[in-house]
Design a binder for this molecule. Sequence first.
Ligand code: X5A
Ligand code: ZN
Length: 488
Amino acid sequence: MTSGTALIYDEEMTTHKLLWSDPICDIEVPERLSSSYEQLKRYHLVERCVHMPAREGSEEEILLVHSLEHLEVAKSTQTMNEEELKRVSGNYDAFFFHPNTYRCARLAVGATLQLVDAVMSGKVCNGMALVRPPGHHSHRNAANGFCLFNNVAIAAEHAKRKYRLQRILIVDWDVHHGQGTQYIFEEDPSVLYFSWHRYEHQEFWPSLKESDYDAVGLGKGKGFNINLPWNKIGMTNSDYLAAFFHVLLPMAFEFDPELVLVSSGYDSGVGDPEGQMNATPEVFSHLTHFLMQLANGKLCVILEGGYHLKSLSESVCMTVKTLLGDPVPQITGEMAPCLSAVESIQNVRAAHKPYWKWLMHEEHEDKITKNSDAVIVERFLEVHMKNILFVVPPIKIATADSKGSAHSLSGPVHLVKEIDGNEIKALVSGFYADVAKEEKTLHSLGSILPILDKILKKEVCSGIVESPTVAASVAVALRYSLHFGFQR
Ligand code: X5A
Ligand code: ZN
């Protein structure tokens, strides 16, 4: 089995910068790259990765996706003065040229291809490329949304040809719709493109009808374009996980890709001025971890957006740490997705029902595909009330000695009631009655039950018990918790 994680970074990609004032483009700064790399160094993640130099993507490679005209325009900007650069930039929606932009964009393409080749050749298992300018908005014939060449799209096309791949999955977790990538592959059933994006019913940039859930692909590519529009800002970890659990992952496992590419924008993370979402860095560990289960682990993560430097760099670190195989951190926050997220998820599932077996053969299909607001609200409320009624316990650990008194480590915790042997016997029936006959088992229970009681009442989050008969106690403890209707 292949191991190792590639990290591709070249400082030269920080030379592409905005030379004049433009409030739309001024967030795409060189520090996005350097601060992410610095943070990777601080966490000692750089030294654990296989370093790979970036190379320039060739003209031929760029032409896999882009028109010759687009390439020539980009090339011509190298010798332009500021005034000319500004004029050419004005031909596009949200793009700026610097004299070194063309060189950086070729390095961004080359870095992405280096990563794909390292993974496909088995030199490494997975990896990340830190690149600028990003790629997913650029069209065959135009720069757009800070993007000049579509790095990920070129990589997919390259992998298809060089390694004869028949199924590539592109996961675009950037907060913007990678409409460029959609256009390039919308008729291609060999590339499954998934994007979630801030949409707000078409109010948010790029404000396209074709970013909605009903754009499922065209011709032979029908069913292979998945758009999950977010119609509200403030989406959280649970909304992202719900999107993975209930849309992307089932599709991905049915598709069974040979390679997974991530258009990895972190503007979907908390604090980002563009995204206005609330997902925290550790969610990217989980997203990464799920994707590592596909394509035999062949996962290439390529940077796209991300404009809050701290949020961006922490999220990049979480991603790389997970690629390296570190355990994923516990996820924080609410468990249930919000109503707006559930609606979006239901809509994209309904739109894709004709194309995917897992959606066709679903139970309760009437409820899911009818898309009735009443049903969605009802199901949402059911989960929501369970969650808000669940009071989160303080981080307090109860301890108990063998005499059955319980106290927390940070000051005494009073027992609400003492539990005597008879009460325990009453709770324990059937199979467990045998273990409860023994005096020392009762003794253990005497110390474990007060702690369970405190856990169930959310007075503490866990407990430590000193007991000679742990196994028996645990068995009975489980039963005790069921008796209290503890269901989480
Ligand atoms: C790569 C990326 C965003 C462009 C926003 C323009 N582009 N308003 O995040
Ligand atoms: Zn973005």
